[in-house]
Design a protein around this ligand. Structure first.
Ligand code: ADP
Length: 298
């Protein structure tokens, strides 16, 4: 079983002719609503690949809570440890997309910001039984620290979004940052670009046995101690890379929970993430098992 502790956001997406400057109002297109949030995306990614997934998180007491819970349940995610928070809105992300495809995103964490260490303690049995626990940075540190402490299996920490000065909880086995997040964690002024720069930044991080750096279309760099291994991206026609990182984390958790070695698990995750880039959106784009396996088999 995989435990995902994290955020649930309802994404509200509209197109804009251009992004407004301060004081400006622009007319956007029709609003589209999609379930999102890094936690929810990673849980759905894992469930769609056949993982048994339990979620620990918080929603508010509004209609968005129903949308988020239904979307997770529909994918087979166990939401028994998702608490409703009275008089609080469910997390939302306000996303504006320009004709050039550039996004501006405002995340209103709402109930996600109210997740506590006690919420994780209430799920101690689930966390203790989990073969893999998956954490990100869209909920308070205290929840992540407690979840890492209570986890009985491998702890996978996706330090996203990048938060300067964020603290990696003790007990993390595997860090999964992208280049920007790795740069922030390593305290670099600019993000590492070349594989050598990425490897040396990963070596600066303490406290995790392995660092798996996702490099977008450049694939993945697996760093353990002083050794590193580059896994190229699977050749696909990428249409929309939204949630590629979430897809990768969910898939990595599934493969690790099945007992696959890290290198195999990372290849499987890269295949699942590549599939997700060929379709638009976040949760709708996530790969099914047979699609990831087909790409892996070549
Ligand atoms: P994030 O969305 O967190 O920034 P990345 O952009 O690094 O994460 O993407 C995560 C993973 O998705 C990559 O390591 C890679 O395996 C896969 N991926 C991303 N973009 C592409 C692409 N253009 N072609 C193939 N695979 C991709």
């Amino acid at each position: 079983m995989i435990a995902v502790v994290g955020s649930l956001n309802l994404d509200l997406v509209t197109s804009v002719p251009h992004h407004p400057v301060p004081g400006e109002t622009v007319l956007g297109g029709d609003i589209a609503q999609h379930p999102g949030g890094k936690g929810a995306n990673q849980a759905v990614a894992a469930a769609r690949l056949g993982g048994e997934v339990a979620f620990v998180g918080r929603v508010g007491d509004d209609d968005a809570a129903e949308v988020m819970l239904r979307a997770a349940r529909d994918q087979g995610v166990d939401v028994g440890h998702v608490r409703r928070t009275p008089a609080t809105p469910t997390g939302r992300a306000l996303i504006a997309v320009s004709p050039q495809g550039e996004n501006t995103i405002i995340v209103s964490p709402g109930a996600n910001a109210r997740l506590t260490a006690a919420d994780c303690a209430a799920a101690a049995d689930t966390l203790g039984r989990a073969r893999v626990t998956v954490l990100q940075q869209e909920v308070p540190d205290e929840a992540n620290h407690e979840a890492a402490r209570l986890s009985g299996g491998t702890v996978l920490y996706n330090p996203a979004p990048a938060v300067p000065g964020a603290e990696i909880p003790s007990g993390v086995d595997l860090l999964v940052p992208n280049r920007t997040e790795l740069g922030a964690l390593a305290g670099l002024a600019t993000e590492p670009v070349t594989l050598d720069e990425v490897a040396s930044a990963a070596r600066r991080l303490r406290g995790a046995a392995a660092v798996v750096v996702t490099l977008g279309g450049d694939g993945v760099l697996l760093c353990e101690g002083s050794a590193h291994l580059h896994i190229p991206a699977f050749p696909v026609t990428a249409l929309d890379t939204t949630a590629a990182g979430d897809s990768f984390c969910g898939a990595l958790a599934v493969a690790l929970a099945e007992g696959r070695p890290l290198e195999d698990a990372a290849r499987f995750a890269a295949a699942a993430a590549a599939v997700s880039t060929t379709r638009p959106g976040a949760q709708p784009s996530l790969a099914r098992r047979e699609e990831a396996e087909a790409l892996l088999a070549g």
